[in-house]
Design a protein around this ligand. Sequence first.
Ligand SMILES: [Ca+2]
Length: 984
Amino acid sequence: MRLGARRRTAAAVAVAVIGGLLGGAGTAHGATAQPQEPGSPAGTAQDPKDTAATPSVWPRPQSLRARGEAVRLGDEVTLVADPSADPYAVELVEELLRESGVRTLHTRLPGRGPVVHLGGGDALSALRALRAPERTDLPSGGYRLAVGRVADRDTVALDGVGEDGLFHGVQTLRQLVDGGTVAGVVVRDWPGTAVRGTTEGFYGRPWDREQRLAQLDFMGRTKQNRYLYAPGDDPFRQTRWRDPYPAAQRAELRELAERARRNHVTLAWAVAPAQSMCLADEADVKALTRKVDAMWALGFRAFQLQFQDVSYSEWHCSKDADTFGSGPRAAAEAHARVAGEVARHLAERHPGAELSVMPTEFYQEGTTDYRRALADRLDGTVRVAWTGVGVVPRTITGRELAGARDAFGHPLVTMDNYPVNDYAQDRLFLGPYTGREPAVATGSAALLANAMEQATASRVPLFTAADYAWNPKGYRPEQSWQAALDDLAGGDAGAREALRALAGNDASSILDPDDESAYLRPLLDEFWRSRTTADTGARDRAAAALRAAFTVMRRAPERLAGTADGRLVPEVRPWLDQLARYGKAGELAVDMLQAQGRGDGEAAWRASLALEPLRTDVAASRATVGKGVLTPFLDRAVKESRAWTGADQASAGRPGQDVVRLARPRPLTAVTAMTAPANGSPRSAESAGRLEVHVPGEGWRRLGPLSAGGWTQADAAGLRVDAVRVTTGGGDSPAVRSLVPWFADEPAAGLDLVRETTSAEIGGGPQRADVRLTAQRPGEVRGTLTAKAPAGIKVTVPKQTTVPRGVRTTVPVEVTVPKDTPAGEYRVPLSFAGQERTLTVRAFPPTGGGDLTREAGATASSSGDETTDFPAAAAIDGDTGTRWSSPAGPSAWWQVELARPARVGQVTLHWQDAYATRYRIQVSADGKVWRTAATVTDGRGGRESVRMDAQGARFVRVQGDERATEFGYSLFSVEAYAVVEGGE
Ligand SMILES: [Ca+2]
């Protein structure tokens, strides 16, 4: 039963995950409109750019200004708490003061030292004196805090609204104290979402007592006020919902409630009874309200009825079938009726208790029979839970929220399925909370983030979700994420660095699939880039920086040992171990390539041998880390290493092959042999064996001894041979990994063009058209790249080119078309070391003037728009955020009718992710007869400029031929520019 339920849920999540991906692709990533929230209190959001000048406070306050003087606390402080002040808040301040070095605490005026006012009339007067903004309509949970001098005395004043305001203010005060000094600031702050918090709702091992208590403390620190208890594997809220929790568990839940009170967190309990309940049966409803009463007695103050796993064709008693019938409307009626009974019971027995329903159709879009029936019949006080459109949606928009609110007709509890990972158990989701428009928070009655089984690790994403929920408009995911790492690292710099590596390599998710290893990628890119240049200093610096990052990964397990009182490491062990393996492997990969760079084949081979078992272990782990980044890096390193050693050559021997026979005698420059040391230890020189070549008509000739370390390269001095081999020297037969003959009758380097054609403006600046060279010798190759430019084309190449061994080197070629050159196509042969390739240069007349599509009267249209949100006109609206999008399919087109006919010389496209790999620019005088002005066969998305010379073009069309993705085409903008007449 339990397994069955889990399987069903996992399947539902899998289906919807796909739905989430599809849904996400239709929305611009990260594009979050920021509509003015209705009825928001007056006040300006803290400018994120200001944070350097003022202390960092998280969640980010709505308004925090540096003002007045900081207050030094000293030995004695007078703490004046209003009698009505929240005792937990007062206790926290006392603790904070003691930790800041205060030895004597006076509790009555005048006392001595600086004075701290907590609530009451004294705090209000002090706030006024410190010119704090008025309280006006600050909502419940809000607070004001000011620091400075009042009547010549150092003063800290804090006043809160509602039961939680003062406590929230103290959480801010805690972050303003540094080294015994309170920063001089004025804060006016309030929660942007009334109810915000965390769901423990995953399938898997429920959190234990310690994890839950620590989580509640964390929630208090991050100003979250709701904890929904809904473990997927707790039978007492599912199949055994009728039964009371066993005594030991009751004691734990009571303890939980006490800790929740201290942290101003409301405990909520979710029950999913429908799999074993007769919904129309009074006795069963009574059993349910009895259980609710029992949970109330334990300290739970909010409740959720969950119907997400319900079938519309199955009841659990015949009475339900008789009473409700069947189908979605019948299910909705049954759910509404049970919810109504529980709501009435709560209103009578526990006024103020909150009830929500998780409906069966919790993630779909729009109105359905079920949703309509539920909306009609559900008690007006009951809230309805949803997860956004899709179970794990990439984005949630204000429009989607409004749609769900309309469909359900009740206030919404947004139950966001991030960072929960029970549907992808090889992953940790440690990236920031992203892709939710501010209106989702402000428009929800409650916003709850569903945590992972890894409670402590969950704090990284949950910290950011709490920040978003508190101040949705001020939310900056990256800054919040950095602060989350600081919070979890607890001030330990080594732990912080390790945590950044762990979270940075586990940051991608459905919310942000491209976010993996973001901190590492610039280092990787620079490492690879620097290898293709002649600048060895830059190469060494890039290698050192990347290696240091790998060292942090390798050492992460030891550095995180004490994090969160030692709770983090046991939770994330498989991922941490995998991170450490990648770190060690990464160090070796860098060492290997660096050794090759300085010509030390032996050291490189040692690193290569050490890398092998690590790559095997990495592949065998069930933990996914650095997805799409770390394994590809190692693969590329090995590939490049093999290019350097020659092991990737077609003529090289495979592992285990100790003779390589050639099809015909050929001259050799050298032979490289790679062997594994016996039993992991280098063999002695005598037993290591020899490297030999077979000379036709003469027999085997010795080239030299094999090196003990396993790396041997012997000069063959142009000798013509028909075989090479490794022989034993009397000891164990050496395990041959690769045997590489290097030929003297091949070109010294391979030559490729990066792109075969290049467009250049007549009379314009130089265009880059790079070539790639690959050495085909066991050493660097020097030579001259030559270009035979035809008349009218100017080509500049470097005087001398050095191609390092094993590295594909990019050589810049600059093409310039002087002013008097006629338009047309020109061929430029390029050659290096006997190899030749032809570059085609297309010379186009210069363009200029304004963008023709932006002239008044220009109108856009298309073969079809994906939805009304992505109209054709969005590509010429001058707004970089809007775009046109076609329905899925390869042959869609977009066009603009210009205000007047023009000689179009250039069309610039700005593609969204859904771009075309092949497309044509067509033009027409009348919108009926079209001709192709340019054809693109290697589209790469992003910003693409296409040159042409199209006379009399009134219409310009982008005709798609082949898509880069499974979706349609999408363009942020299309610009068109006219040929400058007389300019060529
Ligand atoms: Ca646009």
